[in-house]
Design a protein around this ligand. Structure first.
Ligand code: 5RP
Length: 257
């Protein structure tokens, strides 16, 4: 089976988890695109009702709007508190909020791709440059479903993919210096026409080649502490609900325990 077909079957399997009345995060990239297309089709055919999509990038927003998926921004979602089909307020007021993040998170399901998935279901994301909004949406999501084909799996992150790091334009050279001090080789992300790639939030991306990453949590904290780094593409498994992995044998689902 070709890779595009494998992406499609993983994405469409994950869409089966979406039920009427859900708020759905719409991922970015060629695999997540199959999910967005399928969601739109199900809405159009009346198989999914009262769905609102929250796009993870301007590109996905354009696609979803074109396909007729009703959309809300994250801010609108928090302000409007859209109601479930039972007419219950979707968000709980302050007193009702529990410590359980799952209840606190406002988006029911997000379906997104990944560039690499390790044996503990930690991820590298950001190959498409949308890592910042993707992580913001992920941290507001009850169940993040990651859809990948067989090429994305490796024992350790960094085996097959670099870590995309979104940095302030102002701090570009200083962040390159910092990343190289951590042992990474770096490349500034460019567009196909050789211009500097600018993210939806107006930042640059440095692609950092660390080699195999033994401790993704440690690297993630180091990057989190660094001023000038706006966000990075390591998504620890605590953000993830399940990985939908497709191969010639079909789709397997790995859940984060
Ligand atoms: C975009 C992403 C994508 O999900 C990731 O790059 C995978 O893309 P694709 O499905 O095209 O392989 O993180 O920022």
């Amino acid at each position: 089976m070709d890779y595009s077909k494998l992406k499609q079957i993983a994405a469409e399997r994950a869409v089966e988890e979406i039920k009427d009345g859900m708020i759905v995060g719409l991922g970015t990239g060629s695999t997540a695109k199959f999910a967005t297309i399928k969601i739109a089709k199900k809405i159009k055919e009346g198989h999914l009702k009262n769905i609102y999509g929250i796009p993870t990038s301007k590109k996905t927003e354009e696609l979803a709007a074109e396909l007729g998926i009703p959309l809300l921004s994250l801010n609108q979602l928090f302000n409007q508190q859209p109601r479930t089909k039972n007419n219950e307020p979707r968000t709980k007021n302050q007193e009702q909020r529990t410590k359980n993040n799952e209840q606190f998170n406002i988006i029911d399901i997000t379906i997104d791709g990944a560039d690499e998935v390790d044996s503990e279901l930690n991820l590298i994301k950001g190959g498409g440059g949308a890592l910042l909004r993707e992580k913001v949406i992920a941290q507001n999501t009850k169940r993040l479903l990651i859809v990948v084909d067989k090429t994305k799996i490796s024992e350790k992150l960094g085996t097959n993919f670099f870590v995309p790091i979104e940095v302030l334009q102002f701090a570009l050279e200083s962040e390159i210096n910092f990343l190289e001090s951590l042992g990474a080789k770096t490349k500034i992300r460019k567009t196909e026409t050789d211009e500097l790639f600018i993210t939806d939030e107006g930042n640059f991306i440095i692609d950092a080649y660390f080699g195999k990453i033994d401790n993704p949590a440690e690297l993630s904290s180091l990057l989190n502490e660094r001023a000038g780094v706006v966000e990075h593409g390591i998504f620890l498994n605590k953000l993830v609900d399940s990985v939908y992995y497709s191969s010639d044998n079909g789709v397997e689902i790995f859940r984060v325990s």
